[in-house]
Design a protein around this ligand. Sequence first.
Ligand code: CTP
Length: 403
Amino acid sequence: MLAGKRVLLIISGGIAAYKCPDLVRRLRERGAAVRCVLTQSGAEFVSPLALGAVSEDKVYQDLFSLTDEHEMGHINLSRQADVLLVAPATANTLAKMVHGAADDLATTVLLATDKPVVVAPAMNVRMWEHAATQANIAVLKDRGVTVIGPEEGDMACGEYGMGRMSEPLEIAEALTSFFHDGARLSGRRALVTSGPTYEAIDPVRYIANRSSGKQGHAIADALRRLGSETTLVTGPTRLPDPPGVNVVHVESARQMLAACEAALPADIAVCAAAVADWRVATEAGEKIKKTPGGEPPPLKMTENPDILHTLSNAGNARPGLVVGFAAETENVIENAVAKLARKGCDWIVANDVSPETGTFAGDANTVHLVTADGVEDWPELTKKAVGARLAARIADALDAAHD
Ligand code: CTP
C-alpha cells in the first residue's frame, strides 16, 4: 500500500499523459496523496481541470507564476513529497534531467530535489531505441533513478514496439513495491568494502591490483536502496560515490581496516574489496633512486591485516551477517568453501577472476553463493544485478532471523 505517501506526479508532454487522471486515481486508492506538476506540452494532452478534480489538489504549471512561487516554491514542492514520479517521461524530459536543464517548473523541481525519483518513459520506439535515449537512461539509473517500463505494444503513432508507457495499474504496483523494498533494511547499518588497495613502496610508487570496485559499489548502492544506513569503505577507483551512501576513501589495507572498525557497529558487512595480502615491509621515506647498472632494490614484504577475518572474529562487535568474496582462478567452489571456514564469515560470494572471464574490468559477473546450506549457482548477471540480488538475499536472511 501507499498509505501516507506523498507522490509528486510530474506530467510531461506525451500522448500517454491522457492516462494520468487514471494513474492519480490508482495511486490515491492505494492511500497516496498525489499532487500534479504539468508541463506546458503535458497540458496539450491532459487538462489541469481533470487532474485537479481527481487529485483534489491544485495543479502546478508555472515556474514564474507569482502565486505558485508565493504559495509553494519549487523547493517546497519537492520538500513536501516522498517521491517524484515522472509519468509520462518523454525523451526530451529524460535528456533535460541528464543535463540538469531547468527551464520550466517540472525540470526545476527535478533538479532541486533530494527525494527519490521514479520515471515511466513513454515515446516512439525509435526514440526509445536511439543511442542518446539509451545512454540517458543508463546515466539516470546510475544516479539512482528508478525506471518503470516502458512496455512493448501498439503505439499512438501507428507503430509497434518498445516505448509505450506502463499501464497506470502497473505503475501504481511498481511504486508500492518501491516503497516496500525501500524499507526492507531500514534501521539496519551496513558496511561494504570495495576496490583495490594501494600499498606504498615509496612516496611515488605503489603495489596495486586490477579491481575496479564496480561490484562492491553496486552492493553498497543496492543495500542503500533497501533502506540501510550504508558505509562504503573504498580503495582508489574511477567510480563516482553511490548516492546516499556514506563513502570513506582509503588507500592501504591498514587504512581500510581502521575505517571499517570506525564504522562499527553494523548489522551487515560485505567485504568485496580486493585487499592486498602483502605490503612492503618498510616504506621508503624518499623516492628510491636508480643506480645505473646497479642492483634493483629488494622488496621485502609483510602480511597485511585480513579485514574479513577481523570483522568475522570481532566478538561482540561482529556484524550480524558477514559476507566475503572469493576471487579465484581455479577450483572456485572448493577454494570458496575452504575460505568460508578459514575466515569465519557467514557467506562467501565466489567468482572466477581468470583473465578470460573479463570479471575484473567488466560489467558482468557469474557468481556462486556459498552458505552453510550449500552452494547456489547464480546465472551470469551484471554487477549491478548481482548487487541487487545479494542485497535482497541479505534482507531475506535478516527477516528470517527475526521471525
Ligand atoms: N580480504 C580482506 N582482507 C585481506 C584479504 C582479503 O578483507 N587482507 C577479504 C576480501 O575482501 C574477500 C575475501 O577476504 O572478501 C577473500 O579475498 P581473496 O583475495 O579471495 O582471498 P585471500 O584471503 O586473499 O586468499 P587467497 O588470495 O590466498 O585466495
